[in-house]
Design a protein. Structure first.
Lengths: 330, 330
């Protein structure tokens, strides 16, 4: 197993590098420069490229090959980066992965238009690989886009609202994060003309992996290491985000804890020096364990779904990927 | 001919009303309301609906029927309105057709996301009518979107630049305005499985009509009637836009006229009380006639292109449409 893990990690890294290279070149010769240079700056970041990887391996797992879906793989990363550009404007964020956000480096108008344009190029790239099942593939892509917008809208709505239930939170991350991972898996399968049950198996894998991924993100925000996660520990609490941990804590807390959580809502955040106190509170209330339980729960669902894939030889990578995402520290 | 004109005008109005009704209902039951209500407000305006009309009649002219392309017709209007929402943010506009712009009625974040989401729904509607030629249809739609973004970027770039040549201006309006009209004609034809020469004939009709339409818009801005055009006469000059008229005048002017045009560039606009003076200048320099000549020129190109359509019975509407756009006063 140890050797297999190494093989998968190497394979991921090799494909990640290829994706990076292709992304770095995707907009190089397009004109006008005033439009494409800002998008190029965003595409040249050093992300995990998890979404394109899902497209590639879903295609391979259902009888296709990497080569015939590289453009589709790029398209989902472009779509993802379009959401990052516009989300950063809405969050008024200064930095992303230690680099200036687009609207800070240029200006608001440039960032809005760069986002729009990146989405248009995403569709162009997707279409390059739509030799078969074009309508189905574009439809899956579009459905993913619609859900991301709806998820972002709910996220904004929740920030303004006083209380948010766990169910509402789950609907939101399902749309904002998981729908895109699901779409990537579906897309790879559709473009390989996979049979329906395999498309479903991969889609549910992506969906549940996406939910686990987001709860893990919420967890890392408070339990992670500042250097590893590349941002301030407790950042979600500081800006008053109602994460899985916060909502769970709010359900369970009584007395002083409840009062302090209420205060966070009222003040729309806490001061950085309170982060350590909230971390202790979360541990004592058992919500760190709750989060770990749910991450395990959704990962298990993902693994159960992928186990029904027709081609059993291809399941290994998806298991390894799910495991390594659970164990990630950034 | 008089009777035929009436028939076409009636047909346009009938279809425009149908499009309006469908647009008013398109987002009614979608959730979350926080996302779709703002877009619904924008779709419920009272535009010309020229773009969906082009889709419908291009489909009919190439062997299709209205019924099978209504969703595609709605999709181009949604795409158009997505551009209006984001353009209004970039122009910091308070009003559109006498109604508050979206970012003024709500806020910046709501407007950005409503625009993004409307574009996603546009693709969804387009796909509903992609029973054949899906890849080709989505590709034409996407190409239109890409060009609109590039045109908007050039427009912004030209605002910051000192001098813009007429050729550069023509490239810009070709992308920003005409590419979308061209796409609408292409789309209707592609979805009706039209033969290549008919797709081309309609595409060139749309392209040239679009260019004529934009120059006409530039002309109406200064020669139109305030009540008819629904905005301040000379608005383009007041905000310092380098329109067809301005660029032509700058080419021709000498002496005081040249100095005053230079001043407009330097000050990025003129005060409203100078509009009448600039109007006189434009008349004296002959650039009003130049604009009229070019409108006629591009309209003639559009008519020449449509004359090669296989089904001669269907040409009448397109001729009437081009004529009525030339003669429009708003």
């Amino acid at each position: 197993m140890r050797n297999k893990e190494k093989k998968y990690a190497k394979l991921y890294e090799r494909e990640r590098n290829k994706i990076n290279e292709k992304l770095f070149n995707a907009l190089k010769n397009r004109k006008p420069e005033s439009l494409y240079k800002p998008s190029d700056y965003i595409l040249s970041n050093s992300g995990k490229r998890l979404r394109p990887i899902l497209v590639l391996f879903s295609a391979k797992a259902t009888g296709g090959n990497f080569k015939s879906v590289y453009n589709a793989a790029l398209s989902v990363e472009m779509l993802h980066n379009f959401t990052l550009i516009h989300d950063d404007i809405m969050d008024n964020a200064d930095l992303r992965r230690g680099k200036k956000t687009l609207h800070k480096l240029y200006d608001l108008n440039t960032a809005i238009l760069a986002g729009d344009s990146l989405l248009s190029i995403a569709y162009e790239y997707l279409l390059k690989d739509c030799k078969i099942n074009a309508r189905e593939a574009v439809s899956a892509f579009t459905q993913g886009l619609i859900e991301v917008c709806e998820g972002q809208s709910l996220d904004t709505e929740f920030e303004k609202r006083f209380e948010v239930s766990l169910d509402e939170y789950l609907v939101m991350i399902r749309k904002k994060t998981a729908a895109l991972a699901m779409m990537c898996c579906k897309l790879g399968a559709i473009l390989s003309n996979a049979k329906k049950s395999d498309v479903e198996a991969l889609a549910n894998y992506g969906l549940n992996l996406g939910i686990a991924f987001q709860i893990q993100d919420d967890l890392l925000d408070i339990m992670g290491d500042e250097k590893e996660i590349g941002k301030t520990v407790g950042g979600d609490l500081i800006v008053g985000k109602k994460t899985f941990l916060f909502i769970k804590a709010f359900e369970k807390a009584k007395g002083t804890y409840k009062k302090d959580l209420l205060k966070m809502i009222k003040n729309k955040g806490i001061s950085p020096d309170k982060v350590e106190y909230f971390k202790e509170m979360f541990i004592k209330l058992g919500v760190i364990d709750d989060a770990k339980y749910e991450i395990k729960n959704y990962t298990d669902k993902a693994l159960k779904s992928i186990s029904s894939l027709t081609n059993k030889d291809e399941i290994g990578f998806f298991i390894w990927l799910a495991d390594s995402l659970i164990e990630r520290n950034k």
